[in-house]
Design a protein around this ligand. Structure first.
Ligand code: NAP
Length: 305
């Protein structure tokens, strides 16, 4: 990579990119983690094409500094968690594995809501078994109001179910996914919420206010689809900026997220070792303020379309 790093320049470096950890569930995690969803088969359903390659990616992610891994037992289903167990168990003390509950997979691979208290309990037991753990570090309640955008509505019974599992010692910390600010407030009246995982990236900016709100409260915001998910971000302006920085467009999109707010933790997903290596280096990518202004403009244009 030929781009400049914060060490290599005397110009002011944006604060967020020079801070490479953030406390998650009371433990400092590197802000560049790994999202394991892409390791299952096509459509996040069934086994990977190359199991050994999937294991190698997980091991390299951890070896290169990722100590925050995002997963769910509904990836595969079960398969992604089983891969994590095979690759990384016994887990390093500093590794934070975040899983999520609230859905199951249909026989055709469809994503079905599973939000009743007994569903939540079953999902926690599935995650414990397939990850080979006695207690889960963090469990996100994945709200299923809309598939990729939050929809208002009470999540009380689901959070109460998770809080009970927490009291039983099966869950250390609780997070939320695909939720609104009002749902976070409702959940906080029941249990401490340590992270929020919503759809957000350079061109998907509906959560801008929520990112700032959670940054003010010191709560981690973990964008899902940080690179655009199943249809990775494409922007000629982004490609041009990346070229001037000697980086790839995806690296710049991730670096922009790191720069966006200090509570923002990355979990880019990849099934490619080459992409993993690119992604793990983005903490070193320095974005001058003028570049950030240009990148912000890409999001603003997209938001108006
Ligand atoms: N809470 C939720 O509802 C929810 C929803 C979706 C995802 N998630 C979590 O969020 C994580 C991240 O989301 P995601 O994996 O769906 O999407 P993503 O990180 O936005 O993008 C993944 C896509 O980008 C490609 N990619 C990754 N690195 C790249 C690079 N350096 N250059 C070019 N292409 C690259 C991947 O293809 P290759 O495999 O070819 O690299 C894949 O197609 C998931 O793994 C999962 O843990 C949570």
């Amino acid at each position: 990579m030929s781009y400049s790093t914060s060490e290599a320049t005397s110009e002011a470096t944006p604060a967020a990119t020079s801070i490479n950890t953030f406390p998650l569930a009371g433990r400092p995690v590197h802000r560049v983690g790994y999202g394991a969803m892409q390791l299952a088969g096509p459509g996040v359903f069934g086994p990977p094409k190359d199991r050994d390659a999937a294991i190698a990616i997980l091991r390299e992610a951890v070896a290169s500094g990722a100590n925050h891994i995002d997963t769910s037992d509904f990836y595969g289903p079960h398969i992604t968690n089983q891969l994590i167990r095979e690759a990384l168990h016994p887990y390093a003390d500093d590794l934070v594995i975040v899983t999520k509950v609230g859905a199951v997979r249909g026989e055709d691979g469809s994503w079905l809501p599973a939000q009743e208290p007994e569903d939540i309990k079953r999902a926690v037991y599935d995650n414990l078994r397939n990850l080979g753990l006695d207690v889960l570090d963090i469990v996100n309640l994945r709200s299923m109001g809309n598939i990729h955008t939050p929809a208002e509505g009470s999540i009380e019974k689901q959070v109460v179910a998770l809080a009970e599992l927490q009291r039983e010692g099966l869950v250390r910390h609780i997070g939320l996914s695909n939720v609104t600010s009002a749902q976070i407030t409702e959940a906080q009246s029941i249990a401490q919420i340590v992270c929020v995982q919503n759809h957000y990236n350079l061109v998907q900016r509906e959560d801008d206010a929520l990112v700032d709100e959670l940054a003010g409260k010191g709560i981690a915001y973990v964008p899902f689809f940080p690179l655009g998910g199943f249809t990775p971000i494409q922007s000629s302006a982004l490609s041009k900026i990346a070229q001037t920085l000697g980086a790839t467009p995806m690296q710049v999109a991730l670096a922009w997220l790191l720069h966006r707010a200090p509570n923002l933790l990355l979990i880019p997903g990849t099934s490619s070792l080459e992409h993993l290596r690119e992604n793990m280096q983005v903490g070193q990518l320095r974005l001058p303020e003028a570049v950030c202004v240009e990148l912000n403009a890409i999001g603003a244009v997209s938001a108006q379309q």
